[in-house]
Every structure is written in C-alpha cells, then in structure tokens.
Design a protein around this ligand. Structure first.
Ligand code: DAH
Length: 348
C-alpha cells in the first residue's frame, strides 16, 4: 500500500468511526464541522495543503482526498436520512382507533342540480336533450326567431357581440336565449320533434338581485301533427308539480314573444304566502309567481324549417333555471350562484 493510500485510509477509518458514534443531529453537525467544515475541517485543511505535496504524488493524493470527501458527505446524508425516517415512523405509530380524517366531498352546484331535475322531469315525458352553441349567429338568435332588426334585444347594450365583422357587420354573439335551437333542431330533424335544450345564455345586464349577465335556460320544443295548446298546458303543469310539489296550481297569462302565437307566461301559485298576501317578497302579494314563457310555435317558423304548417303544429317554452332554483330554495339574490362562496354552496 502506498503512503498516500495508507494516509487516506487512516483518515477514512477515523472519520467514519467518529460518525457512527455521533448520535443525534447536534453530534452529526459537530462531526460535519470537524471533518468537512469550510474553514478548518480536517479534510478541508488536508485538501488545502495539497499544494505543498511533492508534484509527483500531488495528483493521486488529490484524487483520493476528493473521493474521501464525497464518501464522507454521502455517509453523513445517509445517516441523516435514516434518522429522519426513524423519527417519522416513531411519530406516526399507527393508531387504528383514531377517527379517520374526513375527506371534504364536492357536490353539484345548485343550478346544476336544478337543471338535472328539470331535465329529468321532461325526459320522463319523452323529451330528448339537444345542445346548441353558446357562440351563435345573429341570424339564428334573432332573425330566425322573428326578432326584427329594430328590436331592442339586438341593441349593443343588451347583447354581448363578438367583434369579428363579417361582410362589414357583427354577426356573431353570445346567444341571449336558447330559442335559436328551435330552428337548429328543426333543420336537422323531421317531425315528430320533442326536445329540450339546456344551456347558458348571456346578456348585457346591470346585475341586481334578479338579473345576472349569464343565465341558464332550458328551451323546449314539440312539433307534430295535432299538437295543441292543451298539450303545452299539460306538459308544463306536470313539470311544475314535479318541481314545486303535487298540490301546485298554475295559471297562464297572455304574453308576447315574436316566435310564438299565441304566447303566454306561466305562473305557479305562491307556495310561501299561499296567496295570503301580506308583504310576500316572492309573489309581491299577487299570489302568483311567473316561472316561464311559452306558446304555440309561429307557423312562419314551422314553414321556414321546411315543415308543412298546415300539417304540423308545435309548442315551445323557455325556463330560467336560476329562477327555478331561487324559488325552490328561497334564495333571495341570483348573484349568490356565481360568487363561489362555499358557505352558500354547501347549503344545497
Ligand atoms: N327566449 C325567451 C327569453 O329568453 C323565453 C321563451 C319565451 C322561450 C317563450 C320560448 C317561448 O320558447 O315560447 O326570454
């Protein structure tokens, strides 16, 4: 064995022996300072003294000392790792009698829950679900459903338009209602048609307790031979009772929507004051709460879809889902739905 090897071997044995004796992190740290300390660690000093070694053995000695340094560092790390592992398993000694840590479970958003319940109610009556685009052509959103050019709904202030110009005009928008899908469905299928179209709609709104700039609707459409107003009433009556209770009563008022004739609004009897009418915030003492718009599909729309309007008739309706959810649970402000406050969302 060369003198170099002998010297490095001796250092190694001494250092490793000392490390085995070093019990606890303080002792390990002291050992590190003694051997590897930057200023005056024993190995550090030895490496520094290399420059005084005879030139012919300097390289070999340097190599051995550097290897030793790497060994000592690795050994120290290994000792520290096993000390940490031992501490951990001592801490976490398994106690099977402790209660488990509860997982916090997610749940469906109240609007999604309500949407699902509405869909289920219509699905049971034979309606299929169809979906249309949220970014829509103005010709579907407005023209095809007979909303004329000068209608206020088309205004910049009411509608969120996409800036892209086509033939010099804005023609693309975030749909303001789900009604354009009446047209999309009829273009793609032949009667009998029985569909619902759930989805988000967007309007430029100053938000308040009952208005949001994004809202969720379900559009309904049924077209067949001999579809009558009584079918519309029966369908919506079944829906209202399913969502708001078997003893619900409904009433239809005349209303105007360009795509239906006649058009109606349907209200349910106020289940809070039972039309008792003293300061009822829900029905404003009228005893009735409007929940949706509906009507018999305008014959012009039936014709435009390529159906024969002397043979086919239909009804359509549009329900605002946030409104249904608010009534169901007595939520007084629509803005709660989209503020992502878990204290609110956890209640449903
Ligand atoms: N699209 C109307 C709205 O957003 C709601 C509506 C009313 C839909 C009457 C219909 C309908 O299908 O027949 O205000």
């Amino acid at each position: 064995m060369s003198t170099i090897e002998a010297e490095v071997d001796a250092l190694r044995s001494e250092a490793l022996e000392a490390l085995t004796q070093a019990d606890g992190e303080a002792a390990r740290e002291a050992w590190r300072a003694e051997w590897l300390g930057r200023k005056d660690g024993r190995l550090t000093l030895r490496l520094r003294a290399l420059k005084d070694a005879p030139p012919e053995s300097r390289a070999a000695l340097g190599k051995s000392l550097n290897e030793l340094k790497a060994t000592l560092e690795a050994e120290l790390e290994a000792r520290r790792d096993s000390a940490r592992a031992a501490a951990l398993s001592a801490d976490a000694a398994l106690d099977v009698t402790l209660p488990g840590r509860p997982q916090s479970l997610g749940r469906l958003h109240p609007v999604t829950q309500t949407m699902n319940d509405c869909i289920a109610a219509f699905a049971e009556m034979g309606f299929r679900v169809f979906e249309g685009p949220e970014v829509e052509w103005s010709r579907y959103n407005f023209d095809a459903v007979r909303i004329p050019d000068d209608h206020p709904a088309r205004d910049m202030w009411d509608t969120i338009w996409i800036d892209t110009l086509i033939e010099g005009e804005r023609q693309i928008l975030l749909r303001t209602h789900t009604s354009p899908n009446q047209i999309r469905v009829m273009e793609q299928t032949e009667p009998p048609v029985r569909v619902i179209v759930p989805g988000k709609c967007y309007r430029q709104e100053a938000t308040d307790a009952t208005h949001e700039w994004m809202l969720t609707q379900i559009e309904g459409l049924a077209v067949d031979e001999g579809v009558r107003m009584s079918d519309l009433k029966g369908t919506l009556y079944a829906f209202a009772r399913r969502l708001f209770g078997e003893d619900r009563r409904i009433i239809f008022h005349h209303s105007y929507f360009p795509f239906v004739e006649p058009g109606v609004e349907m209200a349910i009897d106020c289940f809070l004051c039972r039309a008792g009418g003293s300061d009822c915030r829900t029905c404003h003492d009228t005893g009735w709460i409007e929940i949706l718009g509906a009507g018999m599909v305008h014959p012009e729309i039936i014709e435009n879809a390529g159906y024969d309007s002397s043979r086919y008739t239909g009804f359509a309706f549009g329900v605002g889902i946030e409104r249904v959810a608010m009534l169901r649970w007595g939520i007084e402000d629509i803005r709660h739905f989209y503020q992502n406050d878990l204290r609110f969302l956890r209640q449903f």
